[in-house]
Design a protein around this ligand. Structure first.
Ligand code: 4AD
Ligand code: MG
Length: 464
């Protein structure tokens, strides 16, 4: 018979029936007569308490009920006298499905996050990570639900690419060439014509350019997939492999784009409040006492919308009044996380959408403003996170886009197909990218992005 999961057994609450539960031992507490075993099967943050009468269970078997062991327990479900649970199981039959010896790393509570990253193969069994990964799952569903309900088409863009969308140049190369014996051209350069794809290729940093092709055909699309960046940034907000959601919409201007971004984030956060409350309450208690309050605040307040130039003025005022930033503030500067967080956490105390950045610090494809200096970019800045979304209205004018591509020396052999969208029935359009892990950071209250993805990839780390 298919066993019921613990969450179902607790929800059904059919006391005085025989149940069978399977899961892993979280803790065991012994008194003279009985032992209390907290069993967890990952279905919920809470454990099911198993009460074992020491006289009824063979001593050898009793010894094998240790933290980490996997059990199948049958017994009577009864209302619990103890506090902390509504029901418990009076064990009648215990089978050890898998022993866990004393080297099981998750023995005691209070491990450091760093230690838990070293046992990433087991950390989903730690209560906090169970909560985080269940929330992550709910958020992925919320993303699809939001766009599906709006009639957006989920569009799959390639992971292997021969163009560098953002012009950032920090890409992971993909090759099947023998690195110890590289084929060379007559000029001594690497002969990529002999490589798998016949040209240099990399893992994509964004699906946007292909997303634009799709938006100018299907109208409104989104992508949701892994993204790769080989930047050597060891921060609590950067991963080398992360998941990004990139909607792209024909006929949206930058205001429509901002409206969608704000509605989208609020929907996801509300989804968490509506569907993950138990896990959120656990995280609120254990990780961050202001978590739920912060989530509710975001869903119930308008985001501030502000041009970059005014943002810089606020930051310059702060500096004049004695506020110290590590990085300099001046018009033209790329904002560091400390600047973004100052605006959000100290000045406005709300999420901020910053628009109209200097063109020099933004990608080539953004729509150029009349002033000749700024572009119709929009970054959504969040408390504790800084940039959570980056996007823009796109330059739809063929000649302006071409001029910018030439100005930046972007090789035309990479770009001809992208430019074709502007040649054949070009249209105003916009889009943005949400970093999925940054959203999960915000929703869970976790402090480090390495702790909201099951197997983080960061400089020097690709184990598991
Ligand atoms: O601002 P970014 O670089 O924008 C783009 O990639 C555009 N193509 C998006 C678009 O307009 N379609 O990245 C978008 C978001 C950032 O705001 C951030 O949340 C996240 O992706 N992000 C990262 N998350 C984790 N680790 C990294 N190294 C990230 N780099 C960006
Ligand atoms: Mg960005």
């Amino acid at each position: 018979m298919r066993p019921k999961r613990i969450i179902e057994i607790i929800k059904d609450g059919q006391t005085n029936t025989i149940v069978t539960v399977k899961g892993w031992v979280r803790t065991r507490r012994d008194s003279k007569q009985v032992s209390f075993v907290a069993l967890n099967d990952g279905s919920a943050v809470g454990n099911l308490q198993i009460v074992v009468d020491n006289d009824k269970v063979d001593e050898a078997l009793m010894k094998r009920i240790t933290t980490g062991a996997c059990l199948s327990v049958s017994g009577l479900l009864v209302a619990s006298q103890g506090k902390g649970q509504s029901v418990e199981v009076q064990a009648q039959n215990i089978e050890i499905l898998g022993d866990a010896d004393a080297t099981y790393p998750l023995q005691k509570k209070g491990h450091t996050w760093e230690f838990l990253r070293e046992v990433a193969h087991l950390r989903p069994r730690a209560t906090t990570f169970g909560a985080v990964f269940r929330i992550r799952n709910q958020m992925a569903y919320a993303v699809h639900k939001f766009f599906h309900d709006k009639g957006f088409v989920y569009f799959h863009t390639p992971l292997i690419t021969s163009s560098d969308c953002e012009g950032a140049g920090q890409m992971f190369q993909v090759t099947t060439l023998d690195l110890n014996n590289l084929p060379r051209t007559d000029e001594g350069k690497i002969d990529y014509s002999q490589d798998f794809f016949g040209s240099p290729t990399s893992l994509t940093v964004s699906g946007q350019l292909e997303g634009e092709l799709a938006a100018t055909a299907l109208g409104a699309i989104y992508t949701f997939g892994p993204t790769f960046r080989a930047e050597n940034s060891n921060t609590p907000r950067h991963l080398a492999e992360f998941w990004m959601i990139e909607p792209e919409m024909a006929f949206y201007d930058i205001v429509d784009n901002m409206d969608l971004a704000e509605e989208f984030i609020k929907f996801c956060v509300q989804w968490a409040l509506d569907n993950c409350l138990e896990d959120l309450e656990f995280l609120n208690k254990m990780i961050d006492k202001e978590l739920i309050e912060r989530l509710k605040f975001v869903t119930s307040h308008d985001f501030v919308r502000l041009p970059y130039t005014e943002g810089i003025k606020i930051l310059e005022d702060a500096v004049a009044k004695g506020h110290k930033f590590e990085f300099p503030v001046f018009w033209g500067a790329d904002l560091a996380s400390e600047h973004e967080r100052y605006l959000v956490e100290e000045h406005f105390k709300k999420p901020v959408i910053l628009t109209d950045y200097p063109k020099e610090i933004k990608a080539f494809y953004m729509k150029q403003n009349e002033d000749g200096k700024t572009v119709r970019a929009m970054d959504v800045l969040f408390p504790r996170i800084g940039e959570i979304i980056g996007g823009s209205e796109r330059e739809s004018d063929y000649n302006k886009l071409l001029a910018r591509i030439e100005e930046l020396n972007i090789p035309m052999k990479d770009m001809w197909w992208y430019l074709d969208t502007r040649k054949y029935g070009t249209c105003p359009h916009s889009g943005f990218g949400l970093g999925f892990e940054r959203l999960i950071l915000f929703v869970t209250g976790m402090a480090n992005i390495r702790d909201v993805i099951p197997f983080p990839r960061t400089p020097g780390h690709a184990e598991f």
